[in-house]
Write a protein that binds this ligand. Structure first.
Ligand SMILES: Cc1cc2nc3c(=O)[nH]c(=O)nc-3n(C[C@H](O)[C@H](O)[C@H](O)COP(=O)(O)O)c2cc1C
Length: 444
């Protein structure tokens, strides 16, 4: 809001009509007049700037609910042709997936998407960023005035799934001593329902299915930061979410998330789950588990969502086993996919397998590490304690061995003859020397 207020102060000739969405979502959803008045404000506006703080890879679940309402209530036309831009604040942890999500929504709404500006929380203090922020806004207003042609970044999702009905009977898989849990919503969707039925039937033992819609969740994350001190949420003892998360998810060996894609994300109920799970703040709370997704929807046309889900598992320190969707031509293919998926979940859990994180997890943790160490250690004191004990403060400065060898080598290469010898003959060999030793020392 401070950025918006700043913009308003600098562009007095334009009126910024601020519509607060997330805090008022219950009223917006329940009271038709409130919803209609927002839509008529949008209709009469010259442009729509989507401004939001990042919440768990995208926008707050209430903001997402508003986006669902636009489509559910068929008021897309109010947005059509409007010039739009995105203003986000965050700590740059997956701000790109939030921007991608909102940009794709803008394209789905046939808006004229101009640009985004993704700010770090305190960027307003930086003169060069303030200057560029004003240029971004200036450019946006000029785009409206000049009716410029804008670029589309996302194609509409085309999704016409088969009607999945399990066909093959596979041999049952023993869950052994593993605790498997499925968390789902959208069970009214037949494809999802049948995929879950097939999935559960693949096991010799009963696999628990929890319907997110049946859990007593009083409200969405308030962003109050009370959890920062010791993971205690403002909703503790007020609803069942925390108990559910701690008793069902944290104790499971294998977790399957299941849902239906709604407008380029899992439902806003799922989003509420992700947001409310923030009572664990920036500390991984599902480490070592095997995770899989069973999704009804065009996941393969929405790589941004796939990346969000994969990144979530990597941040949590889980092993992603895979995604099963209903994007196949035949039920038999889905049957076989589900069978392979179930088999892998158990097998990989049994051997405690975990593949290393890719850039998604490695880079994400570096952002958190630096933030928790630095600017947000207060109020996130619980994270600071956890990061110390989990050895997540793996700053390169602590690597004394490489610091010493860098020091010596940088001295040596000051001599041209040594430099020539190192760069021409030694470098490649030296790089793999320590790895070769491990291979050589290993017994067959
Ligand atoms: C529940 C919660 C989830 C958040 N998730 C993210 C995130 O995924 N990525 C990120 O960079 N920042 C995240 N943040 C930081 C906020 O985006 C940042 O604090 C925000 O821009 C501040 O705006 P506000 O004061 O209006 O909440 C999160 C903050 C909260 C409270």
């Amino acid at each position: 809001m401070q950025y918006i207020n700043y913009i308003q102060k600098k562009f007095k000739q334009h009126e910024l009509k601020i519509i607060n969405i997330s805090q008022r979502i219950n009223q917006i959803e329940k009271d038709k007049e409130t919803f209609d008045s927002i839509i008529s404000e949008i209709k009469s506006s010259d442009g729509v700037m989507w401004a939001f703080p990042l919440y768990v890879f995208t926008v707050h679940s209430n903001y997402q609910r508003f986006i669902e309402l636009i489509f559910e209530r068929n008021v897309e036309d109010a947005f059509k042709g409007k010039y739009t831009s995105i203003l986000a604040t965050s700590i740059h942890f997956y701000d790109h997936t939030a921007v991608n999500y909102m940009n794709s929504i803008c394209d789905d709404l046939n808006m004229n998407y101009v640009d985004y500006f993704s700010l770090s929380m305190y960027d307003l203090k930086k003169e060069d960023i303030r200057k560029n922020l004003l240029l971004f806004v200036q450019n946006y207003f000029e785009a409206i005035e000049n009716e410029v042609i804008t670029l589309k970044n996302y194609r509409p999702v085309k999704y016409s799934p088969i009607s999945y009905i399990p066909e093959i009977t596979h041999n049952k898989i023993d869950v052994l001593n593993k605790k498997v849990i499925i968390i789902a919503d959208s069970l009214e969707n037949n494809n999802l329902k049948n995929m879950l039925k097939k999935f559960r039937n693949l096991f010799s033992q009963n696999v628990e299915l929890v319907n997110l819609q049946e859990i007593d969740i009083k409200g969405s994350c308030l962003g109050c930061l009370k959890c920062g001190y010791n993971y205690e949420c403002v909703y503790t003892d007020k609803d069942d979410f925390i108990n559910f998360y701690n008793s069902k998810l944290k104790t499971a060996d294998i977790i399957v998330f299941a849902g239906t894609i709604k407008y380029r994300h899992l439902s806003s109920i799922w989003k509420k789950f992700f947001d409310r799970a923030f009572f664990n703040t920036h500390t991984p709370s599902l480490s070592g588990k095997q995770i899989g997704f069973i999704i009804s929807g065009a996941l393969n046309q929405i790589p941004n969502l796939k990346q969000i889900l994969e990144s979530y598992t990597q941040f949590q320190g889980c092993n992603l086993v895979g995604f099963i969707t209903d994007e196949y031509d035949t039920s038999i293919e889905i049957d076989n996919q589900l069978h392979a998926f179930s088999y892998n979940l158990i097998k990989l859990s049994t051997v405690n397998y975990s593949k290393p994180a890719t850039f998604l997890g490695v880079a994400g943790m570096k952002v958190f590490r630096d933030e928790i160490w630095g600017s947000i250690r207060f109020p996130f004191i619980a994270d600071h304690r956890a990061y110390k004990s989990l050895n997540l403060y793996d700053f390169p400065q602590k690597n004394y061995k490489s610091r010493i060898s860098n020091f010596i080598l940088m001295l040596m290469i000051k001599f041209p003859s040594i430099r020539k010898e190192i760069y021409s003959n030694k470098i490649k060999f030296s790089m793999i020397k320590s790895l070769r030793k491990i291979v050589e020392d290993e017994t067959t």
